[in-house]
Design a protein around this ligand. Structure first.
Ligand code: WTA
Length: 632
């Protein structure tokens, strides 16, 4: 029997019990099936007070050897990556494990030829094309640390991330195609690099053929570089705790922070969770619709499926192009067995109606999954009934950039599911609900703050360049726990239902933003003196962005000022962070100590104006009436 594979409820109960009674034994057993260049000496050391965790200490490995080389003998000719282009008229690409291995080795040699060395940080800013996956794996192959920046972020966001990681290399493409539009990619990199003198080399993949400026001495074409290298590149030996990647994510304060994951624990956890949550079987075609620019794309488009030897599908386009049936057409075209997407996509496709679903068979689907935000019951049932045809298990997977892999989810068809409930902790995951004072709540049928009381192998290791920030953000509010920032309910049987963030993070279409980050961008508009941003329920996006703005002059042309603010947010962060609603106000509800009472702003944005609670401690209670009257 394969001890790493959970197939029944009894297996789950047994695995869970063992993972808690003997975590080191449990995870050592999971790790044994991989190719290690040197076996670990000790399984785990951790100190939650300091926010320090190490797994498989003293071990040496390379994750790409486990994603690629390990499979060559048995599945060299199996397709590793299917690429479905934006334009359905263009041919899809099918890249076998042998070909992917060769492409990764060649790209790795291009990196070396251009001066990239083990430990160097490499920023990757690319659309969803095969070169993106190849670039990620090529970095890992030589031990360079990839920092993928979602190709919807602005030039300024790219620059911030390059500077924070002190990256001297950027991997990019000429342009991108999304839906009916083409957009620049290299152009944004150029703009970003005006403020990044430390960048020595930019390697550009040709994709759309759009003209780009190449700076002599700094920029090179990937296809020209590839002509100089061969496909021989042994995988660099990496310590288990060497950095694998940095991925920036938003928190409630300050600029986005670089979440760090390391080689050994991340590999073991992502593989285990991939195979068990989705109940992956040999030969399955797996499609995760997330962009590689987010953690879901890292863990379940690239690393998890390739570690398992799966065929993973990468889609360049958007769900509504050429029409709102595209997802389902792609499922049929490539006979996808496991489909993993975000509630936002489900809600938006639901709004287009069944006419786009009905022409498709969807008969190949066996498991469907959801990630990134709470899935409301209506969307859950629509997804289950119309896409899963009532027969596919639906896994609602809760996790975070910081957790590296799925922590709470039912296992498809193995443990039970319940609408809008992520449900059960994976083996090795010990969730607790805390009171605001930090006391563990023992009972069921309760609500509390979600924390985890024991490390799992892919837990965040640090925030790049600033460990104190990691310690403070995740390990200091409730000493002895990893604090998630989410609130959750536990039902009478012990299933978890994630309610949402309890901090100043908002989740828009599954994308995380700190309210402070958006406020800072808004405040850069010439018109703006001060602003406050809150989330509010949005039918499609889950949460929308509601901004209260104080201007430095009376607003005569409200639309022009709004357009200026939106343009500023697009410039500073990217179009994905644009406010949905902007209300002009003369003041903000502040306490006498100057703190904005966001609770009030949230209630007004939500339209719950009758229950604003105690407003007597406000400096100027009258401002509340004005805000209520002007609600958008
Ligand atoms: C939210 C995405 C409810 C949650 C993998 C978390 C969810 C944040 C779910 C992390 C889910 C993620 N149900 N909420 N199944 N999955 N979230 O870092 O608030 O982009 O803290 O990672 O998304 O977002 P991140």
């Amino acid at each position: 029997m394969d001890l790493t594979r959970i197939r029944t409820q009894a297996d789950y109960d047994d695995a869970y019990r063992r993972s808690v009674a003997d975590p080191e034994g449990f995870w050592a057993a999971q790790a044994t099936g991989f190719t290690w260049k040197k076996r670990w000496d000790r399984v785990l050391e951790h100190d939650f007070k300091q926010g320090r965790t190490q797994w498989f200490i003293g071990g040496s490995l390379n994750i790409t050897e486990n994603c690629l080389d390990r499979h060559l003998a048995t599945r060299g000719d199996q397709v590793a990556l299917i690429w479905e282009p934006n334009d359905p008229q263009e041919p899809a690409q099918h890249i076998t494990y042998r070909e992917l291995h060769a492409r990764v080795c060649r790209y790795a040699n291009v990196l070396l030829r251009n001066g990239v060395r083990k430990g160097d940080r490499v920023c990757i800013y690319m659309p969803m094309i095969p070169e993106l996956a190849v670039a990620v794996l090529a970095c890992a192959r030589i031990g360079a640390v990839h920092s993928v920046v979602f190709a919807g972020f602005s030039a300024q966001s790219i620059a911030d991330r390059i500077l924070d990681a002190d990256a001297a290399f950027v991997l990019t493409s000429d342009g991108m195609a999304r839906g009916a539009r083409k957009g620049p990619v290299k152009g944004l990199v150029d703009e970003a690099l005006a403020g990044c003198p430390g960048v020595k080399r930019v390697i550009v993949a040709r994709h759309t053929g759009d003209p780009v400026a190449m700076q002599a001495g700094r920029d090179v074409w990937l296809h020209e570089e590839l002509a100089h290298v061969d496909a021989d590149r042994p995988a660099e030996a990496m310590d288990s705790e060497d950095l694998l990647f940095i991925l920036y994510t938003s928190g409630s304060t300050g600029k986005p922070k670089g979440v760090v994951h390391t080689c050994g624990g991340y590999m073991v956890y992502v593989d285990h969770s991939f195979r068990n949550v989705f109940q992956y079987n040999d030969g399955d075609i797996f499609w995760c619709t997330a962009d590689v620019g987010w953690i879901t794309g890292h863990s379940y488009l690239i690393y998890g499926p390739l570690l398992a030897g799966a065929t993973t599908l990468m889609f360049e386009g958007i769900p509504t192009y050429p029409d709102a049936g595209r997802f389902w057409q792609v499922v049929d075209k490539h006979r996808v067995n496991i489909f993993y997407t975000a509630p936002t996509a489900i809600r938006s496709l639901m709004a287009h109606g069944l006419a786009f679903v009905e022409p498709c068979s969807l008969a190949s689907l066996r498991t469907i999954g959801s990630v990134g935000e709470p899935i409301n019951e209506e969307a859950w049932h629509w997804y289950k009934q119309h896409i899963g045809k009532g027969r596919c298990p639906l896994v609602d997977t809760w996790w975070q950039t910081e957790t590296g892999g799925i922590l709470i989810s039912s296992l498809a068809g193995v443990t039970d599911e319940k609408p809008s409930h992520a449900a059960w902790p994976l083996p090795g995951v010990q969730p607790v609900l805390l009171t605001p004072e930090g006391k563990e709540i023992a009972e069921n049928d309760v609500e509390g703050l979600l924390a985890i009381k024991f490390p799992w192998p892919s837990i965040i290791r640090t925030t790049y360049g600033d460990h104190e920030r990691c310690r403070q953000t995740y390990f200091s509010s409730y000493p002895g726990y990893y604090f998630t920032g989410d609130g959750a309910r536990r039902d009478a049987d012990g299933r978890y239902r994630i309610i949402g963030r309890v901090d100043d993070v908002i989740n828009v279409s599954g994308h995380r933003f700190g309210t402070a980050e958006i406020e800072n961008a808004i405040n850069e508009s010439d018109f703006v003196v001060e602003s406050a941003v809150v989330g509010y329920p949005h039918d499609i996006k889950g949460q929308g962005i509601y901004a209260y703005v104080i201007t430095d002059r009376p607003v005569t042309d409200a639309e022009a000022v709004r357009a200026d603010i939106v343009a500023m947010v697009t410039k500073v962060i990217g179009p994905i962070a644009k406010p949905d609603k902007i209300q002009f106000v003369s003041g903000l509800p502040k306490t006498r100590s100057g703190k904005i009472m966001r609770r009030i702003l949230r209630k007004v944005a939500e339209g719950e104006m009758s229950s604003l609670g105690d407003t007597t401690t406000l400096l100027d209670p009258a401002v509340v009436e004005e805000i209520k009257a002007g609600r958008m």
